[in-house]
Design a protein around this ligand. Sequence first.
Ligand code: NDP
Ligand code: 8X3
Length: 248
Amino acid sequence: MTKTALVTGATSGIGLATAKLLVKNGFKVIITGRRKDRLEQLVDELGDNAYPLNFDIRDNKQVQKAINSLPETWQTIDLLINNAGLAAGLEPLHKNLIDDWEQMIDTNIKGLLYITKIISQQMVKRQSGQIINVSSIAGKEAYGKGAVYCATKHAVEALTKAMRIDFNPYNIKVGSVSPGAVETEFSIVRLKDLKANQKVYAGYQPLAAKDIADAVVYMATRPAHVNIADILILPTAQANATVFNKKN
Ligand code: NDP
Ligand code: 8X3
C-alpha cells in the first residue's frame, strides 16, 4: 500500500530534496512551509503525489488547523519528517539578537513539538508510524557563535531519544539524521546575506540536500523490524563541527 509522508520545510533545501526523493520511491507526500508559491510549484512538479499545507510551524493553532484540514485520503500519515528549522545569527552570545533566539527556539523546538504531538496521536492509535527528526552536527557538539542554534539541536537529540522511549509501546520508529555542512538556503538565512554561500562553502565541497534525502529515504524504507536511530553525515572535508580541510 502507498505510504503517506509529511515533510516540514519542503519549500527549500533538505526538505525539498526529501519530498522529491520520497515521491520517486513511491510515497505520497504532504509538503509544508510558509512560502505558498514554492509549495504550488512543487505540486505542479509532483502532481497527485503531493498535497500542500501552508502554515507557520511556530503557531500551534495554524499547525492544528492545517492538519485538521487534510482531505480524507491524506489523513493517515505513516511517516513524519521533522525538517523545518533554521539558524539565525553567528555571533558570540552577548551580541545575539533576542528575536533570533525566539525564532530558533520557536521553530526548531516548539514547532517540532507541535506537529509531532498532533501526528503522533494518530500513530499511537494505529500502533504504527515513523518519525525522523533532522538534527545536526550542532546537536552533537557545541561551537562558539552558535550557542542557541546548538542548544536547539541538542534539544532535538534529547527529544528524539525520549520520543523513542515514549512511543516504544506503540510500534512507532523514531530516529534522527544529523548533517554537517549542507549547501542549501541555511547560511543565507543564518547570515541574512544572499551571497553567504559563496563564502561559507568556499574551498571545499559541502554536502548537497540530496545527500541527506538519500539517508532519510534509506531510514524510511528499512524492514518493519529495523529502526535506524541516527545517521551522522559529514562532507569528506569536514572532521567535526569546526574543523574543515579547505583549499583556498
Ligand atoms: P533551508 O533554509 O534551505 O530550508 C529550511 C526549511 O524550513 C524551509 O523549507 C523553510 O520554509 C522551513 N521553515 C523555516 N521556518 C519555518 C516556519 N516558521 N514555519 C514553517 N517552515 C519553516 O535550510 P536546510 O534545508 O538546510 O534546513 C533544513 C533542516 O536541516 C533545518 O532543521 C536545519 O537546522 C537542518 N540542518 C541543516 C544543515 C545545513 O548545513 N544546511 C546542517 C544540519 C542540519 P519556509 O521558509 O517556506 O517557511
Ligand atoms: C547546520 C550545520 O555546522 O552550521 O546544522 O551547525 S552547522
